[in-house]
Design a protein around this ligand. Structure first.
Ligand code: GLN
Length: 533
């Protein structure tokens, strides 16, 4: 029988519920258990695919092409297990399935209701993920008390009767604010939040308290008394300087032991986290600095390039270099010119994006990197920018463009594939999820991956127009990675450059703290080298 741990949040959002869930999963996996983890988001979007990064942060893509909430990225990075569409549940997805069943007559004429039909459907999604796993950690998005979260909370309440209360554990993450005028940490919001949870019928087993300062024993006693949990089930999550120290902080307080004991799981004794400790030690002792320009449209939004930021961090720690990120709004380049805005950086990264706004700035950034020998990594739209710059400024194709920017361009260098042109359905038009790619020997990519066949995740509509391939290669921009089945260019590199690589896929999704992505690793190594010149 699988065990289930539900992570809810109270008082405010952005408490680090996702990191708490991921940390718990990490510790349990390290204890030798088979762990899966899922996010249940109460919003009505069917998936995160259509959501604006300004509002929602990045869209994280899984191997099977699900467009998910960015918390799935944290889960994969922490637990180091590939997740799938099943690990991302939204109210929209649940309702879509319930309505599909209703239309198909599967409810035998009954009145279809939130309870039991929607709540049952939510429970089915939990059971689906449980198969083959010892433990499922399920994070409920939003905050207790939100109207749209109610069906999810009701479903997880009922779930305890379905699978047995001893197989279920509720972990509530809450805020203990510090009131500076009083010089005190306050437990009242936590009491209210737990009361709200109890009103719905859920008694938390564990409370994780996010706070700026350590909780003394009086405070823990008070929380224990008011919230009916024992003091050793109250954990503090003090603001950490790195998300990767959170599992270690929770381990120190014995979270893994409390959970395994409570759920009757085999105890692994002291879990070995020495590689995580080493990773954090390396982070604290860099032996060089490099400045990387991140040229995008959403640079003001902290989470819009979350996986890219994490991948840079993993790679920089691995290279023992402290990376200073210069966030550059691409429109700044359009106003002031690439030279002004990018002067002095040791690497330029243009991440993915959609739409034509700001595209000219990205093209100039790629051109600036090309002309000045600055290491360049282009991700998806960043590859397209590099292609258009090369077409215009090296191949002399003055009209070269992407059909996304200018649908009227004849034979654009970056084009939409014939078979995709007439698909109208939103979300149905993209190349999504994992695709195989063959690497050319002797290329930077082949050197980085140290093998010839790779799998990477995609999310895009546009591709390099193969009719330009010979011309590009004769001028020094080579196709070094190919999706053979469709003869699509997946990687382009400039051979005479220090390090210039553009990829059609999103390598950032596969970077892990202890296993930086090879392309990010080598890009940062090249930037470090440039910084030391
Ligand atoms: N907008 C481009 C496309 O659809 C690039 C997408 C991306 O960068 N993920 O192909």
């Amino acid at each position: 029988m699988s065990k289930f741990i539900f992570v809810t949040g109270g008082v405010v959002s952005s408490l680090g519920k996702g990191i708490t869930a991921a940390s718990l999963g990490t510790l349990l996996k390290r204890a030798g258990l088979r762990v899966s983890i899922l996010k249940m988001d109460p919003y009505l979007n069917v998936d995160a695919g259509t959501m604006n990064p300004f509002q929602h942060g990045e869209v994280f893509v899984t191997d099977d092409g699900a467009e998910t909430d960015l918390d799935l990225g944290h889960y994969e990075r922490f637990i180091d297990e590939p997740l799938s569409n099943d690990n991302s549940v939204t109210a929209g997805k649940i309702y879509q399935e319930v309505i599909r069943k209703e239309r198909a007559g599967q409810y035998n004429g009954g009145t279809v209701q939130v309870i039991p039909h929607v709540t049952n459907q939510i429970q089915e999604s939990l059971l689906r993920v449980a198969s083959g796993n010892d433990v499922v950690v399920a994070e409920i998005g939003g905050t207790v008390g939100d109207i749209e979260g109610l069906p999810f909370l009701e479903a997880i309440r009922q779930f305890a009767s379905r699978v047995g209360r001893t197989n279920v554990m509720y972990c509530h993450v809450t805020l203990i604010p510090y009131i500076s005028a009083a010089g005190e940490l306050k437990t009242k919001p936590t009491q209210h939040s737990v009361n709200e949870l109890r009103r719905i019928g859920i008694q938390p087993d564990i409370i994780v308290c996010r706070s700026q300062y350590p909780l003394n024993s009086d405070l823990k006693d008070k929380i224990a008394l008011f919230c009916s949990v024992s003091t050793d089930s109250i954990f503090e999550a003090i603001d950490a300087d790195s998300i990767y120290s959170v599992p270690l902080n929770l381990q120190k307080q014995g979270l893994d032991r409390t959970v395994t004991q409570r759920l009757g799981l085999p105890s692994a004794g002291e879990i070995d986290m020495s590689d995580w400790h080493r990773f954090l030690d390396m982070r604290a002792h860099p032996d060089g600095e490099a400045e990387i320009a991140l040229v995008g449209k959403y640079t003001g939004i902290k989470d819009a390039y979350l996986s890219v930021n994490e991948a840079i961090l993993h790679a920089s720690i691995h290279n023992a270099v402290k990376v200073k990120l210069r966030h550059i709004e691409t429109e700044e380049i359009e106003k002031s010119g690439a030279g002004d805005v990018l002067r002095g950086v040791h690497g330029i990264l243009v991440p993915g994006g959609f739409g034509s706004r700001g595209m000219e700035g990205k093209i100039s950034a790629a051109g600036y990197a090309r002309e000045n020998g600055i290491p360049y990594l282009g991700l998806c739209l960043g590859l397209h920018a590099a292609i258009i710059d090369f077409a215009r400024n090296v191949a002399g194709l003055a009209l070269a463009n992407s059909s996304e920017m200018d649908p009227g361009t004849p034979n654009p260098v970056v084009h939409i594939m014939e078979e995709q042109k007439n698909i109208k359905d939103l979300g149905g038009t993209m190349r999504l999820g994992v695709y195989p790619c063959k690497l050319k020997e002797g290329s930077l990519a082949h050197g980085a991956y140290a093998r010839g066949d790779i799998l990477e995740r995609h999310r895009h509509r546009y591709e390099f127009n193969d009719s330009y391939r010979d011309r590009f290669e004769s001028l020094g921009m080579n196709v070094t990675g190919i999706y053979e089945e469709k003869n699509l260019a997946e990687i382009l590199e400039i051979s005479s450059h220090a390090w210039f690589v553009g990829v059609q896929f999103h390598p950032e999704f596969l970077s892990r703290p202890l296993r930086p992505h090879p392309l990010f690793r080598d890009f940062i190594a090249a930037a470090k080298k440039r910084a030391s010149l």
